[in-house]
Ligand binder design. Structure first.
Ligand code: ARG
Length: 464
């Protein structure tokens, strides 16, 4: 008989070493220890209030758990694969310390509701960290937006120069994306923050548990209302990974832009040396490793989303061991996202902008062609006709190797007699920016308005 297993009473032979390794989770779930203990303490308090556990037993459990926590923090607790997972390791250590009271802790509980609770408690804390980090990245982007409200760069569609935009406006686009990411995390957190404890293995328990007491102690906003669902639901894990994937996709898109902008072909920005590396063979190289890795790591997080959603497909109710596979993807998703957000805020503070090069690129792409068409419309020409007139002017300027704003008035008037001296106000990139002065537009005034709006929103969020 294998006496080390808590469940080994009905077995005639111990599991093989291979099976032990294959089914054990201690190597990765030991990081849940702190939350496992938090859940156990609340469970024990509730049992005591319900008259299931004596006051002495509760006191012993609290003392034992405090010692175990200290041992874990000091790296002194010996984790054992024989004890399978974090729950049984901690319970055994407790029993070694306090005897029968330790054995009574698992009354009215199963590892099934226990592990679901641990994961939710852990994830709730990770989401708190992520939300704060999203806001500090937004702040770093807002600093850039404010500094560069007036900096013109080419806005692209199809990666072809389209119309001038403010670099600040471009940064604000990412502030908006991250704002939605924050909302998604907050929304996901509401469904994470529900308590499975009390569901026990799957059907509830015969003890007079008071779930609202445990929920209150653990700060859960809601209690899972169906015991079968409580132990088998991992929707929250899928939702979190989906929300995390979107953050990573947003940062992957920004990374792609930083990489392009830093290449000498663009030369729009530079990234501080501490975020770049050199080449072992090419002495001239300075590579944007951090954004490249962010782009790469987005694939890894998306992979976890696919992994988790596939994990849940076809699982009959209620708990199945499949669910043990939720942890590594979840842990890695949170770790990757937290590291990425942290380094990104830092890196954006190390971005220096080259406004002259951005402006030169605007001047090479006929970026104000639409402005000229709009100018003609305002003088009475139908838009389709003005589009045609401007296309001819662009062809002429292209052949002459100059920007539209560099064509003499007489030449421009050759394309339409509606054109007069004031045309040069709309042909400059600055004129083009200023003309788009409406909510959501790229004018410096709007950029400053949006920056101030976001600063207020972030300050309010911090205040609550
Ligand atoms: N280590 C397990 C997990 O992560 C804990 C739950 C085990 N429950 C069970 N009935 N085998 O899911």
């Amino acid at each position: 008989m294998n006496s080390t297993k808590t469940w080994s009473g009905r077995f005639n032979e111990p599991v093989s070493e291979l099976v032990k390794k294959y089914t054990g989770s201690i190597d990765f779930d030991k990081r849940l220890a702190q939350w496992d203990i938090q859940g156990s303490l609340a469970h024990a308090q509730m049992l005591c209030q319900a008259g299931v556990l004596s006051g002495e037993d509760l006191a012993a459990i609290e003392r034992g758990m405090a010692e175990i926590l200290a041992e874990i923090e000091a790296g002194r607790l010996q984790w054992s694969l024989d004890l399978e997972d974090v729950h049984m390791n901690i319970e055994r250590r407790l029993t070694d310390k306090i005897g029968d009271a330790g054995k009574r802790l698992h009354t009215g509980r199963s590892r099934n509701d226990q592990v679901a609770t641990d994961i939710r408690l852990w994830l709730r804390d990770q989401i708190n960290i992520i939300q704060t980090l999203i806001q500090s990245l937004q702040t770093a982007l807002l600093d850039l937006a404010e500094q560069h409200a007036e900096t013109v760069m080419p806005g692209f569609t199809h990666l072809q120069v389209a119309q001038p935009v403010s670099f600040g406006h471009h940064m604000l686009a990412y502030v908006e994306m991250l704002g939605r990411d924050y909302e998604r995390m907050a929304d996901c957190r509401r469904r994470v923050n529900r308590m499975p404890l009390g569901a026990a293995a799957l059907a509830g328990t015969t003890y007079p548990v008071r779930r609202e007491v445990t929920a209150e102690l653990l700060g859960f906003e809601q209690i899972c209302q169906n015991s079968l669902d409580a132990v088998s639901d991992r929707d929250f894990a899928v939702e979190f990974t989906a929300a995390a994937s979107l953050v990573m996709i947003h940062l992957s898109r920004l990374s792609e832009e930083l990489i392009l902008w830093m290449s000498p072909r663009f030369s729009f920005i530079d990234i501080a040396d501490r975020f770049c590396t050199g080449s072992s063979i090419m002495p001239q190289k300075k590579n944007p490793d951090v954004p490249e890795l962010v782009r790469g790591k987005s694939g890894r997080v998306i992979g976890h989303l696919i992994g988790l959603i596939t994990l849940m497909k076809s699982q009959p109710l209620a708990y199945n061991k499949d669910n043990q596979e939720d942890k590594e993807p979840l842990f890695d998703t949170a770790d990757t996202l937290i590291d990425t957000l942290r380094i990104y805020a830092d890196m954006m503070r190390g971005v220096s902008v080259k406004p002259e090069n951005m402006r030169a690129a605007v001047m090479q792409g006929f970026a104000t062609a639409t402005d000229l068409a709009d100018y003609l419309v305002k003088k009475g020409m139908p838009f389709r006709d003005s589009h045609e007139v401007v296309a001819r002017a662009v062809r002429h300027a292209d052949e002459a190797g100059v920007d539209l704003s560099q064509l003499p008035l007489a030449v421009l008037q050759g394309f339409s007699s509606l054109i007069s001296e004031d045309v040069y106000q709309v042909l400059t990139p600055e004129g083009s920016l200023n003309a788009r002065n409406h909510l959501g537009g790229t004018s410096p005034e709007q950029v400053r308005f949006q920056t101030a709006r976001w600063r207020r929103l972030l300050a309010d969020a911090q205040a609550v």
